[in-house]
Design a protein around this ligand. Structure first.
Ligand code: FE
Ligand code: FE
Length: 270
């Protein structure tokens, strides 16, 4: 597929489910909701091996993705294999392989939180900043007005509850798989992935910032560096989607030593 054919949310064949997903996400992802999810999900008390977690993504199809209807583990392998084919470093290949693993949240999620197979608005999709004004660059910007925080004067200005130029690490983003995996790995003692990998994991769904240039009031000069890291990664997250099917067991032989090098051999606490 050509690049412009990806992420076309107005294409006639984009399912009603994708649009519905974004409506609910915009409606429910408020500052208070995000704080509640942090408390609920960032507990690090559920040990699970990396490969077992990968296996669970064999049962999950991302409803927000207009470009792919394969189980998510296929997208992870496709991304990793493309990064590998381009001769990128081993840590980036591993990052491609695991970047969406936070979606295993659905195993202990709920419809009410938007973190289940059926309701994914608290788990997947482009994220935005909570606690300040929603930008017009969001997909389906017509749904911005549905967000209750946009009626709240603490939150409905361009900087909202944040300091001007504070940098994106200071912002609270809509809750989802990026932040979940980032925090889980931050808490994982054996993690030695480089900072760039952690940036790729944490911000890859932050499209209004990395692809639309929104939130200028809030970003810092350091974020410019982050932007280059994310853009390098993003092409593999986006343009490698295809119907090609891999066998997880087959690619495991290659990736397992890399995973052990950067994440150790013990379980990860989710
Ligand atoms: Fe993702
Ligand atoms: Fe992805």
């Amino acid at each position: 597929m050509e690049e412009k054919t990806f992420r076309n949310y107005d294409a006639p064949d984009v399912s009603v489910a994708v649009k519905e997903h974004y409506r609910k996400m915009r409606q429910h992802q408020t500052y208070d909701y995000v704080k509640r999810m942090h408390k609920k999900y960032l507990t690090y008390d559920k040990p699970m091996d990396l490969w077992e977690a990968m296996g669970h993504l064999n049962k999950l199809i991302d409803v927000s993705d207009p470009d792919l209807d394969l189980p998510n583990v296929q997208h992870l392998i496709q991304s990793a294999e493309a990064i590998r084919a381009d001769g990128k470093p081993d840590w980036m290949q591993l990052t491609g392989l695991i970047h969406d693993l936070g979606k295993i949240m659905y195993l202990w999620g709920s419809d009410d939180d938007g973190t289940s197979q059926d309701e994914q608005w608290g788990m997947v999709g482009d994220v935005f900043v909570v606690g300040c004004q929603l930008p017009a660059s969001c997909v389906y910007p017509e749904f911005n007005a549905l967000n209750p925080d946009m009626e709240d004067e603490r939150y409905n200005t361009p900087t909202g509850r944040y300091e001007k130029g504070c940098g994106i690490d200071q912002l609270e983003l809509a809750w989802g798989h990026d932040e979940y995996l980032y925090q889980v790995l931050e808490n994982h003692k054996e993690n030695s992935l480089p900072k760039a990998a952690m940036v790729m994991i944490r911000y890859h769904s932050f499209y209004p910032w990395h692809s639309e240039g929104s939130y200028e009031e809030l970003t810092s000069t350091q974020d410019q560096e982050y932007l280059e890291i994310i853009r390098d990664f993003n092409k593999y997250d986006l343009y490698t989607k295809s119907q090609k099917i891999y066998d997880l067991e087959e690619v495991k032989d290659y990736y397992e030593p890399i995973a052990e090098k950067y994440l150790g051999t013990g379980p990860i606490y989710w």
